[in-house]
Design a protein around this ligand. Structure first.
Ligand code: FAD
Length: 295
């Protein structure tokens, strides 16, 4: 039985634990399993789901994709195995092809082609989502934004950053911190927006619904919707970007984001607070849990 354990975890989840093979979640979960855990059950076997009548990817389709994104059509089963399984290893698809566009134009051409051929597509960012939306249910084509990782512009007065959807948040954070700003949220910025994610920074800086100023999105038929404004107050017409924040990739592929970055705090203090937590696996529920908070 070949080892199907994903070869590369996001760095933030593999730091800080003995052996480096664990992280915030991994400390609790993965350290108990062997380096070669059991196969993840196929989502289509786990749940009573039915494949809709989409076409199946053919050799002609692969050739067409090769014209659109030359050298970036992945059919290697080992690479696909990692992209077919979600981060929590609870969902697994059986996609046979992963596409890695670099530009919105390429995303548009891919989606237009898939629309015409009735091929199903699953957008994927950093594949760190916790609800299984980042991986196919059946054999949907995986459209990865990993190579869409360019910063388009940064205004060091207003703190407004415009970048492609596949920029990894950690890299963006470094980029803006060097310029005395911070990112208002904690993966790929497009995936963050698609899940309306908010970690601890939500408490300090609010929801992405407030800090995202503009989006560029490619719709299912390949139409590019340009709402990539960077105006802080834009009262013109419908606020269409809000539809895509939290849409989990169901309405289109977010290809670029314009976001307001708050100024970097002058100081960061760390406070330890003792609090009685729920019966946790860390302490068997008998002792108060410790909470470490940055203020
Ligand atoms: C340890 C840990 C802690 C977390 N803590 C929080 C938290 O505190 N608060 C919180 O809200 N969330 C939290 N999350 C979940 C968070 O939603 C995801 O980790 C992250 O936002 C997903 O980004 P991603 O690039 O990995 O997207 P993926 O996991 O690849 O995709 C997530 C969803 O977005 C879609 N998607 C991805 N990219 C695009 C795109 N460009 N256009 C359209 N759709 C797209 C996918 O199809 C999928 O449905 C946490 C996750 C982990 C692993």
């Amino acid at each position: 039985e070949p080892c199907r354990w994903p070869q590369s975890w996001p760095t933030w989840c593999t730091e800080g634990c003995p052996g480096g093979a664990s992280g915030p979640l991994a400390c609790r979960t993965f350290s108990r399993v062997s380096s070669c855990p059991p196969e993840v059950m196929l989502t289509q076997e786990r749940y009573p789901v039915r494949r809709l009548p989409f076409s199946v990817v053919s050799e002609e389709d692969l050739a067409a994709f090769e014209c659109i994104v030359p050298g970036r059509v992945v059919t290697d089963p080992e690479v696909l195995e990692v992209s077919n399984v979600d981060w929590l290893r609870t969902a697994r698809g059986c996609s046979k092809v992963l596409l890695r566009p670099r530009t919105s134009e390429e995303v548009s051409r891919i989606l237009r082609y898939c629309h015409e051929r009735n091929l199903a597509v699953n957008p994927q960012g950093g594949n760190t989502g916790l609800v299984g939306g980042s991986v196919p249910v059946f054999d949907e084509i995986i459209l990865s934004t990993a190579l869409m990782n360019q910063v388009t512009s940064f205004n060091s007065v207003s703190g407004i950053l415009t970048c492609q959807a596949g920029c990894v948040l950690e890299g963006l954070s470094r980029y803006v911190q060097e310029r005395d700003f911070v990112m208002p949220g904690p993966c790929h910025i497009g995936g963050n927006v698609a899940t309306n994610a908010g970690g601890l920074r939500f408490l300090r800086y609010g929801s992405l619904r407030g800090t995202v100023l503009g989006l560029e999105v490619v719709l299912a038929d390949g139409t590019v919707l340009d709402c990539l404004t960077s105006l802080r107050k834009d009262n013109t017409g419908y606020d269409l970007k809000q539809l895509f924040i939290g849409s989990e990739g169901t309405l289109g592929v977010i290809t670029a984001v314009s976001i307001l970055c708050p100024p970097k705090p002058k100081a960061v203090n760390v406070a330890f607070l003792g609090a009685v937590g729920p019966a946790g696996e860390d302490n068997g529920g008998t002792e108060p849990g410790w909470l470490c908070v940055q203020v």
